[in-house]
Ligand binder design. Structure first.
Ligand SMILES: *Cc1c(COP(=O)(O)O)cnc(C)c1O
Length: 339
């Protein structure tokens, strides 16, 4: 890629309005004990779980841009939603509080009997909560729309963020994460062959896909799906990446990026812990003092452990595991019930 073109895209990314919550790069840390136990490549953690504001997570990166856009549009209320244990809703409530906005959280399903994990933190952060009383996850989408209309009718100014925060503007924040990570890799003298992450709504994977294409990173992207079937997750990521590219007026060849989405580690469903995920969480905590989570990163690490045990990644010198956060979900009854 021509250098001048790359710096033009870089400049367009830098010109996006942001709250500037993300001022410093998150740590890129070697995991010596896990690497030794699993054999093969050196494993590195990119610690986006440590992003500042309300317990961090990848969602803080996206909200840095999304909430700046809300303020620019003169909004006074952020409306978003997902399940009650959502990291995205918790992070939204935190960033909204910081930005002086109200936050309305629309959760699918019934109000749980026990307020736990992110639901508890979201309450602490002062969000107004609503439940759709419908187990269909898409009911939160309709709920967000209805809540925004109602807020508007009351003379306030709502700004809706799609369920789980998966949108093109949010994806652009993860393009910046790719640039940041490439700089760190250069300083450390490492060349990860693979970047591995969990994929849910796919905004994060979309950003990494676009960033990988824009900056010519030589790695393969691998994602472990934790909600929808792998082909659907991949299609969503590609679609969001193309939308995000259009927002900064570029059209890189996304098809040139190696990308694989793995099925097979979801277990009984989204947000339901698996024994393999729990095993990965325990092993990572005991080897590295790092907490993964039961919904996303634990399942992604379970995927890596399984694939590694089957002899994959033998050709890779280094693998980068994107730690997207989610530890508040460890403090839930579903995890406590695990053996
Ligand atoms: C939301 C989330 C993800 C997945 O990100 P998407 O952009 O929705 O695919 C991964 N890990 C954690 C902890 C999350 O909260």
């Amino acid at each position: 890629m021509e250098l001048r073109t790359v710096s033009a895209w870089s400049a367009r990314l830098d010109a996006l309005p942001r709250l500037s919550l993300v001022t410093d790069p998150t740590p890129l840390a070697f995991a010596p004990h896990l690497s030794a136990t699993l054999g093969g490549p050196k494993l590195w953690f990119k610690r986006d779980d440590l992003l500042p504001v309300a317990s961090g997570s990848n969602k803080v990166r996206s909200l840095d841009l999304i909430v700046a856009d809300a303020l620019r549009q003169g909004a006074d209320t952020l409306v978003t939603g997902a399940g009650p244990l959502s990291n995205h809703v918790r992070a939204s409530a935190g960033v909204a509080a910081l930005a002086g906005l109200r936050c309305v959280a629309v959760y699918w399903g019934m109000e749980p009997v026990r307020v736990e994990g992110n639901h508890w933190l979201t309450r602490l952060l002062g969000a107004e909560m609503r439940f759709t009383h419908d187990g269909d996850r898409a009911s939160a989408d309709r709920g967000i729309e209805a809540a925004a209309a109602e807020i508007l009718a009351h003379g306030r100014k709502p700004y809706s963020v799609p369920r789980g925060g998966a949108c093109a503007l949010g994806a652009l924040a993860h393009v910046l994460a790719v640039r940041e990570t490439l700089d760190q890799c250069r300083c450390l003298g490492i060349k990860p062959r693979v970047v591995l992450m969990a994929v849910g709504g796919a905004g994060t994977l979309a950003g990494w896909l676009l960033g990988t294409a824009l900056f010519g990173a030589g790695w393969r992207l691998e994602a472990v799906t934790v909600s929808r079937p792998a082909p659907e997750a991949l299609t969503r990521a590609q679609k969001l990446a193309a939308e995000a590219a259009a927002m900064i007026n570029c059209a890189p060849r996304l098809r040139n990026v190696e990308i694989i989405v793995h099925d097979g580690f979801l277990g009984d469903g989204y947000g339901i812990p698996t024994p393999e995920g729990q095993g990965a969480i325990n092993a990572t905590a005991r080897a590295e003092g790092v907490f993964l989570d039961p919904t996303y990163t634990g399942k992604a690490m379970a995927g890596y452990r399984k694939l590694r045990s089957e002899g994959q990644y033998a050709d890779a010198d280094a693998v980068l595991f994107l730690h997207t956060g989610g530890a508040p979900s460890l403090f839930t009854a579903a995890v406590e019930a695990m053996p």
